[in-house]
Design a protein. Structure first.
Length: 79
């Protein structure tokens, strides 16, 4: 009877160790996938910021050009 009890305890410990190992592996995979997805999200945000910056910069350039053309026309000078 004692041998059966020890055997059940041993099986219990093996199952606990295997469960812990599986949990560690799954947690590692989960963190890796989240890290990869986070990198894609950051890249997308940076791309959007650069597109917005370029749009603002080109809009400002057009505004500056049109403003300087008006100033030149007001003063009566030719381009």
């Amino acid at each position: 009877m004692e041998i059966i009890r020890e055997f059940i305890i041993l099986i219990n410990k093996v199952i606990m160790v295997m469960t812990s190992s599986v949990m560690i592996v799954m947690s590692t995979v989960y963190l890796t996938v989240n890290f990869i997805l986070l990198q894609f999200a950051v890249a997308k945000i940076l791309k959007q910021i650069s597109i917005t910056y370029l749009s603002l910069q080109s809009g400002l350039s057009i505004f500056t050009l049109s403003f300087s053309q008006r100033c030149i026309l007001i003063r009566g000078e030719s381009l």
